[in-house]
Design a binder for this molecule. Structure first.
Ligand SMILES: [Zn+2]
Length: 126
């Protein structure tokens, strides 16, 4: 998958990074935009790259992402897992911010406690 990374604050305000899928499936270039203040945050870069790979695996990714909360949640879990791994975070204490993000940023219709449960069961190594 071709991708390019830009550093800009021109992205949805609640995000530190964002992955824009190409208009032309499969051969198009994924555009990852990262806020300049997170330039050195490899975990965030890895998170966005996971979304590029999800798109490569399934050219309907962008559509499913938009219409299915269940699919979107699955994709975010995969991306945050990679991000936490990169940070060396293996406990709920250092991963709590992800529960907050899942609860607030993606319109998943879940409570904070449900988000916390997802982080505990799906994101922390057992
Ligand atoms: Zn994400």
């Amino acid at each position: 998958m071709k991708y390019k990374i830009e550093y800009s604050d021109n992205l949805p305000k609640e995000y530190g990074g964002y992955c824009y899928f190409p208009l032309v499936p499969v051969i198009g270039t994924c555009r990852i935009v990262i806020r300049p203040k997170y330039r050195g945050d490899i975990g965030l870069h890895e998170h966005e790259l996971v979304h590029c790979r999800q798109y490569r695996r399934n050219f309907l990714h962008g559509l499913l992402w938009a219409i299915s909360k269940k699919y979107r949640l699955k994709c975010e879990i995969e991306a945050y897992k990679e991000q936490l791994k990169n940070y060396g975070c293996m406990t709920i204490d250092c991963a709590k911010w992800v529960a907050r993000a899942l609860y607030e940023k993606y319109d998943f219709d879940i409570t904070y406690n449900e988000a916390l449960q997802i982080v505990k069961t799906a994101l922390i190594p057992h």
